[in-house]
Design a protein around this ligand. Structure first.
Ligand code: SF4
Length: 346
């Protein structure tokens, strides 16, 4: 079977080319073609001798996902792509245009096993982990289609990144590599439901990436309702892991908190949340839920959201309320894929 040249570290590419007897510097040139010049046809890689081009044709392939649907919000700030992978699986990726630059939201698995009650990606469980190249291709899809620079990446698409640990770490290292995207680790955010042992492992990697933990509740009882997979890791152990992440990396942890009316958005929940985290250095990102036709969950009123926010601030917490982007293009996780599948079955 031919080797897919897309999405490997320089060392892996060097090892592959060594099989054909080609020197190491050719690997760097190949990466330059792929990741800097967007040339994917071996016959157009004219820096290579003819013998090397025909060896590549014979032994290598270029297997990259295909963009099958794109949607852009009315204000142009959010663009979403639906990609088909080589095995036919569908994944989504989103580009958000902020004042400070473009941020790409990357999926890490096909589907998701976590079961969050507000999320369309988990309806059919988790099908498989994505490979580093399949994650990288999500970013390159935007770069090629719109010729835009990428300033940051957030691992908040479908999937639980820490359940696909090795591939996700290989992907982040690829993004950081100067021969690829040359992104700083500080501009990468990994969002997790809270796989506690993997948070300790990530802390020990020594990479200053931002950790965002989907907390969504001030206690186990509410959290288990919203995020059933959290039963394995009691909330106290998760907060301990977050403290350790800060101690080791020096990076303040962000707690994501989806506000759902009647479930976790009361003032008593805000007070309990402050007691839970105590004096740890952290940031809260409050997200009024983005309702869809598939779930019967609603955001609190604006006044209620303000009250929740003020309680956190009164206790000295850093807080932002996330602007809802891309509502009209089904930008929440899994919704475009669901719409596509609904359309295809008609
Ligand atoms: S919100 Fe994220 S972790 Fe939860 S089910 Fe959806 S994709 Fe999985």
């Amino acid at each position: 079977m031919k080797w897919n040249v897309w999405g490997h570290s320089l060392e892996e590419t060097e090892a592959f080319l060594a099989e054909g007897g080609f020197p190491r510097f050719r690997a760097k040139q190949l990466h330059d073609y792929l990741y800097k010049r967007y040339i994917y046809d071996f016959s157009q890689m004219t820096q290579f001798p003819a013998a090397m081009r025909s060896w590549l044709e014979e032994h290598a392939q270029m297997n990259r996902p295909e963009v099958i649907r794109r949607q852009r919000s009315g204000d142009g700030d959010t663009t979403k792509l639906l990609l088909r992978l080589s095995d036919g699986s569908l994944i989504e990726t989103v580009c958000m245009h902020h004042d400070y630059g473009n941020s790409i939201c990357v999926s890490t698995q096909v589907g998701c096993a976590m079961g969050c009650i507000f999320c369309a990606s988990t309806r059919h469980g988790m099908k498989r982990n994505l490979l580093p190249g399949e994650m990288l291709a999500q970013i390159y899809a935007f770069r090629e289609l719109y010729d835009i620079p990428v300033h940051s990446i957030v691992l908040m698409g479908s999937g639980e990144p820490l359940q696909n640990y090795d591939n996700v770490l290989a992907f982040l290292r690829l993004c950081h590599n100067p021969d690829c995207l040359n992104l700083s680790y500080r501009s990468m955010t990994l969002s997790t439901c809270g796989i506690v042992p993997a948070i300790y492992r990530l802390a020990d990697e020594g990479l200053p990436i931002t950790l965002a933990i989907s907390l969504h509740a001030p206690n186990d009882e509410i959290r288990n309702r919203i995020l059933p997979a959290s039963r394995r890791y009691p909330i106290g152990t998760l907060i301990d892991a977050a403290r350790q992440y800060f101690r080791v990396t020096g990076r303040r942890v962000t707690f994501e908190y989806i506000l759902i009316d009647g479930i976790n958005a009361g003032t008593e929940h805000a007070e309990e949340l402050c007691r839970l985290v105590g004096n740890m250095a952290c940031h809260f990102n409050l997200i009024p839920i983005n309702g869809t036709e598939h779930i019967q969950l609603y955001p609190p009123s604006r006044q209620q959201t303000d009250r929740f926010c003020k309680i956190l601030e009164k206790h000295g917490k850093s807080v932002t309320v996330r602007r809802q982007m891309g509502d009209e293009i089904q930008a929440a996780c899994g919704q475009l894929k669901r719409r596509y599948l609904d359309d295809s079955s008609k």
